[in-house]
Structures are given as structure tokens and as C-alpha cells.
Design a protein. Structure first.
Length: 142
């Protein structure tokens, strides 16, 4: 039980830090125009266009000046790549306040990584919902 209390305390602290930075952790609008499934299936047709994806963060990997995020929107999972150079250092620092389970929206263009993974090169992102509770166990679903 102490682990759960610590988890909630940590999430609430991040929520307060977002509010202190004047970031609305629960905005009422999203500009999503493409699903993860559509981005994957129509990759070649969309790769020269700016698209907006939105979904739940399933995996968040920060590596110095770059970050990989796996985003799930109900239709599937799609990888996002966020570069400090692309979004700016202040906006990039905001990622440290994000957690698995948060819902975010990201805008950018599609590309393939060196390993061939279809990915969105993010030029802007916004938090849509800050998750305060842990995700349910895998077998319970979202």
C-alpha cells in the first residue's frame, strides 16, 4: 500500500508542476486528424504531410536530447520521436513531467528510423490528460 501512496503523491506533484508552468493538464479539445492505424497503413501517402496523432502514452524513453514515445489510441500503437532541437529545450523539459498513462497529442511528419520503424517526427506536442492513477493490469484492459 505505501507504494501506491507514493505513486499517487509523485503523480500529483507532477500535476502541480504542470499547473505552475501554466500548462492545462486537462484541456477540452484535441486537433487529432489521423489514427495510429491510419498512420501505419497509409504511411507512404502521408509521409510528406503534417499529421496530428493523439493517444495514451504506453512507453516513454528519454535519452538526453531525444525521446521515444509509444502512443496507443485504440486503433493501434505508433512510435513518436521528440528531439530537443526540434521542439526547443523548454518544451522538451516538459516531457519529464509526463508519465505512462498520460494522454497527449503530437503533430509532425512521418519517417522511418534506421531500424525501419514507422515514426512521427514531432514538431509540437501537448498534454491532453494527466493520468493520476496507475494503468490497470494488462489482462484487465484499458
Amino acid at each position: 500500500m505505501p507504494e501506491k501512496a507514493e505513486f499517487l503523491k509523485n503523480r500529483k506533484e507532477k500535476l502541480e508542476k504542470l499547473k505552475d508552468k501554466k500548462i492545462n493538464p486537462f484541456p477540452s479539445i484535441s486537433k487529432r486528424d489521423t489514427s495510429c492505424l491510419t498512420a501505419a497503413k497509409k504511411f507512404d501517402n502521408l509521409k510528406d504531410k503534417t499529421i496530428v496523432l493523439a493517444g495514451r502514452v504506453k512507453l516513454l524513453r528519454l535519452h538526453g536530447g531525444s525521446c521515444f514515445i509509444n502512443l496507443y489510441d485504440g486503433s493501434g500503437v505508433f512510435q513518436l520521436f521528440v528531439s530537443k532541437k526540434e521542439v526547443g529545450p523548454e518544451k522538451y523539459q516538459e516531457l519529464k513531467l509526463y508519465d505512462v498513462g498520460d494522454i497527449l497529442e503530437a503533430s509532425g511528419t512521418l519517417f522511418k528510423t534506421k531500424k525501419g520503424e514507422k515514426t512521427l517526427m514531432v514538431d509540437s506536442f501537448a498534454l491532453l490528460t494527466k493520468s493520476l492513477r496507475p494503468l490497470p493490469e494488462k489482462w484487465h484492459g484499458l
